[in-house]
Design a protein around this ligand. Structure first.
Ligand code: HEC
Length: 90
């Protein structure tokens, strides 16, 4: 009887670990799959109104992107996507 409980315990622990690892992997994928427009809409509004792409030219967006990457704690990849979106839409 003790052995069965032990085996069930192992199976449950294994399943929980597997589900946990899987959910982490898919959460990462979701972030990686986000478009520049999506990241812009979700992040830039946290501190101020979302700036319109037409407010600045391409060169200005590049500088602002670097500055706000720092402020918003974005990865280089995310900031790059946002800047590319803003530059393509102005
Ligand atoms: C953590 C807060 C925070 C987040 C998130 C944030 N900003 Fe800002 N932003 C600021 C602050 C503070 C200022 C004004 C002071 C400064 O320039 O540092 C500012 C200023 C600006 C300005 C004004 C520059 C000017 O000369 O008028 C622009 C444009 C801008 N942010 C764009 C963005 C974009 C695009 C994003 C999304 C990637 C973003 N911000 C995300 C805090 C933030």
């Amino acid at each position: 009887m003790k052995k069965i409980k032990l085996i069930i315990g192992f199976v449950v622990a294994f399943l929980i670990t597997t589900i946990f690892i899987q959910s982490c992997a898919s959460a990462k994928e979701v972030i990686a799959n986000k478009s520049g427009a999506q990241l812009w809409g979700e992040n830039c509004i946290r501190c101020h109104n979302t700036p319109s792409p037409v407010d600045f030219n391409d060169k200005q967006w590049k500088t602002i992107g670097l500055h706000m990457q720092d402020r918003a704690n974005l990865t280089k990849d995310e900031a790059g996507k946002i800047v590319a979106f803003l530059q393509s839409a102005n």
